[in-house]
Ligand binder design. Structure first.
Ligand SMILES: Nc1nc2c(ncn2[C@@H]2O[C@H](COP(=O)(O)OP(=O)(O)O)[C@@H](O)[C@H]2O)c(=O)[nH]1
Ligand SMILES: [Mg+2]
Length: 397
């Protein structure tokens, strides 16, 4: 019996529809369309960034639909700033980075830039940075008492202990300014008087790159979806830089068990399966962390009682100077312990590079990087990726 043409057509469309649904299902554990809550990957064999990546689900604020003009008094911008601690001599690299972020995102939203420095910014620095953006730029100096080592730090002990770090090839261990920078980023940046009324920040470093057009207000996304912290890259750290960070953390937790979140990320922090040696040398800490040269965060988290008490405990212990604790593991441990895991967001759609690592999604909005390529250079860098653990224990949201 012959089947009428319209019925045949209908059948074909139906089959196509079923195939499409099946395709989406088969990619649902790794794709950009994964619903939050069912998004863990138990064994990451394939980089999820190879799958098509879109914007986060839900209502997003766009520059075409709201007032984001630079001078507007009643703009749709929320209480947020782009934030960069930077030196005068990094001006050229910073301008390149600013151009990238302005081109891909901020020329649409015009969020202000705040530059911070332990020294005064030069007139040239101010002129050349302001030329790159229509948004307001603020130039602030870090107060001395936020930057310098606290009085209880023993200089002789610093010298002796830094020798051990050098023997272990810990980068920058002999640079006092690097230790100060890590401490400042851990416990001081959000205390700067110029930021007293600012809530959200996007941290930007000189010499990083942005690859993808981002067409929604990411700060508004953080606020509307109740996010505390957003990251792009998730790494292992050098355990020799922080042998006592976890033991100090455990000591703190013994005194303050009340700060531990019910839905915490402890398993990610203490995993000993993927890199057992790291866990051993770091005395119980996997060394996994959000790479903090990129972070979009809510400063209220860092201003909380729990974080303040944790930072003060660490600061007293002295490991910012006697070891080389980075702000990345300190932020990450605090988030992993005190925050609800659902409030941390992987900005998979923001193409990003800080040498030698990438977050490069598969999206028509991106150009200049290779989707799914995580590192550039020596092949040993591949194992520095801690996303397999993060996706396994926390998820891909
Ligand atoms: N003003 C100032 N900024 C610093 C200093 N040390 C580091 N930074 C900034 O802190 C961030 C991290 O430093 P960077 O050299 O990139 O460290 P790395 O990414 O760990 O290699 C960058 O934004 C630097 O510009 C310093 O002594 N003074
Ligand atoms: Mg850097």
């Amino acid at each position: 019996m012959a089947i009428a043409r319209p019925i045949r057509l209908l059948g074909a469309v139906g089959i196509l529809g079923v195939l499409l649904v099946l395709y989406k299902f088969s990619h649902s554990t790794t794709g950009g369309f994964t619903p939050v809550g069912t998004d863990k990957i138990s064994d990451m064999k394939r980089d999820p960034l190879l799958d098509p990546t879109g914007e986060p689900e839900g209502i997003l604020w766009r520059a075409e639909e709201h007032d984001y003009s630079p001078e507007s008094e009643n703009s749709a911008r929320i209480n947020a700033t782009l934030l960069s601690l930077v030196r005068n001599q990094e001006l050229t690299e910073l301008v390149t980075t600013m151009k990238d972020l302005e081109r891909t995102w901020n020329h649409k939203f015009n969020y202000p830039w705040t530059f911070l420095n332990d020294e005064p910014f030069t007139p040239e620095f101010k002129k050349r940075t302001q030329e790159v953006t229509k948004a307001k730029c603020y130039y602030e100096q870090v107060p001395k008492d936020h930057w310098e080592a606290p009085e209880w730090i023993d200089d002789e002990l610093v010298k002796e202990s830094n020798k051990i770090l050098e023997e272990n090839n810990i980068q920058y261990s002999d640079k006092p300014s690097y230790h100060k920078m890590c401490r400042w980023n851990s416990g001081m940046f959000y205390k700067h008087p110029a930021l007293a009324n600012t809530r959200y920040y996007w941290r930007v470093e000189p010499n990083v790159q942005f690859f993808c057009n981002v067409d929604y207000d990411v700060f508004r996304y953080m606020q509307d979806y109740n996010k505390t912290y957003g990251f792009t890259i998730n790494l292992f750290d050098a355990p020799e830089s922080l042998p006592t960070l976890w033991p100090e953390t455990e000591r703190f937790l013994a005194e303050h068990p009340e700060y531990i979140s019910e839905n915490n990320m402890m398993e990610w922090l203490v995993d000993d399966k993927l890199r057992p040696e790291h866990n051993k040398k770091a005395n119980g800490y996997s060394t996994c962390h959000f790479w903090s040269n990129f972070e979009i965060g809510d400063m209220n988290f860092f201003r909380s009682e729990a974080y303040e008490a944790y930072f003060n405990h660490l600061d007293r212990a002295g490991g910012f100077f006697y070891e080389r604790w980075g702000d990345a593991p300190v932020h990450s441990i605090a988030l992993g312990l005190f925050e609800d895991a659902s409030k941390v967001h992987w900005f998979r759609d923001i193409g990003y590079r800080h040498i030698p690592y990438f977050n490069c999604p598969n999206s028509p909005k991106c150009s200049g990087c290779t989707p799914g390529k995580f590192y550039e250079g020596a092949s040993f860098l591949a194992k520095e990726d801690c996303r397999p653990n993060y996706f396994k224990y926390v998820g891909t949201h």
